[in-house]
Design a protein around this ligand. Structure first.
Ligand code: SF4
Ligand code: MG
Length: 326
């Protein structure tokens, strides 16, 4: 069943003396219960902005977000409706969300108190949550600075769980942690999603982590989703040239080396996206019509979607040809 659904979501940043920047431009996505959706793309592609729009922290210029069947779209200047529980964001820097002068147990208990639970009961449940996220029994009495980065992210996750979420959007939740903490915090998030039957959008620039934990992966380029589908299929046979280029940059654990695809040039200015297919100036497979046609995200036969003229709606994904020599 669908837990979170975005339809045509667009987000604009208005800048003094300049045209509006459309950081997210017409994104459709859905997330089911118990599902992990990886959201990947180069920095500046709009993935964090989309994540914030999904939880209502960022107003949308167009489109709709439905959570558990309710329209929760933040429109205009209005941010999320107060009292919207169940849909929570986990951020990269857990320290920023913690008050250095309050004991961890009290801060984790806040979520329960806001939900109407009395302080003593909230404290008891906070202790249980801290244990559940793998912190020592005396953690509740201690202060944020007494913990490592990985432990602080566990505390932030416990605070989130105290609001009883059914869906989490995690924006680079492990990127600021050292390597060993990265794996254990990622594993914790996966375990919680499965145990509590939540849904999670996992935003990351680290494709190898997304490959390991995401059931489905959505690839963003310049404010658009260019490919989305089961992680395994996307990884073994990308249907969009950008996906192939992105994953080719990741060292492969099987030692098979990387695909001979490199992207020329930098990501274009999102304020002035190229006409036609936005990827055409960098696409090694671009055809003449690609500078004129803007291919929509088409549903392919294997349940995946891709926005590329090389793929046809309703057909199985066509294997991408080898890139031409430049
Ligand atoms: Fe490349 Fe054309 Fe496909 Fe865009 S539509 S990704 S330019 S082949
Ligand atoms: Mg970001």
């Amino acid at each position: 069943s669908t837990l979170l659904e975005a339809t045509g979501v667009a987000v604009e940043y208005h800048r003094r003396g300049a045209s509006a920047l459309r950081a997210v431009d017409g994104v459709d996505l859905s997330l089911g219960r118990g599902e992990i959706l990886g959201l990947v793309g180069e920095s500046g592609c709009g993935k964090s902005t989309l994540g914030r729009a999904l939880v209502g922290l960022q107003p949308a210029a167009a489109g709709a977000v439905r959570f558990d069947g309710r329209d929760v779209t933040p429109l205009g200047r209005r941010r999320r409706e107060p009292g919207l529980r169940g849909l929570q964001m986990v951020f990269q820097d857990p320290y920023a969300s913690l008050n250095p002068r309050r004991r961890i147990g009290d801060q984790v208990g806040d979520g329960y108190v806001l939900g109407g639970t009395g302080r003593p009961e909230a404290a008891r449940r906070a202790g249980e949550l801290l244990e559940r996220v793998g912190l020592p029994a005396d953690a509740a009495r201690r202060y944020p600075h007494e913990f490592s980065g990985g432990q602080r992210q566990r505390i932030a996750i416990a605070r989130t769980l105290a609001t009883d979420p059914s869906c989490i959007v995690a924006d680079e939740p492990i990127s600021a942690l050292d390597a060993s903490a990265q794996a254990s915090v990622a594993n914790l998030l996966v375990a919680l999603v499965r145990e509590l039957d939540m849904g999670m959008v996992f935003i990351s620039h680290d494709l190898s982590v997304v490959r390991q934990i995401a059931d489905r992966t959505a690839v963003m380029y310049l404010g658009r989703v260019v490919e989305v589908g089961p992680t395994r299929e996307i990884w073994s046979s990308p249907a969009h040239p950008y996906t192939r280029a992105l994953i080719s940059a990741v060292p492969r654990a099987d030692g098979a080396g990387v695909l001979p695809v490199e992207l020329p040039g930098d990501v274009p200015d999102p304020a002035r996206p190229p006409g036609g297919c936005r990827f055409h100036p960098r696409c090694p497979l671009a055809l003449p019509e690609c500078s004129r046609q803007d291919p929509p995200l088409a549903v392919l036969r294997d349940g995946r979607s891709a926005a590329c003229v090389l793929q046809s709606p309703g057909e199985p994904p066509r294997p991408l040809p080898e890139p031409r020599e430049a």
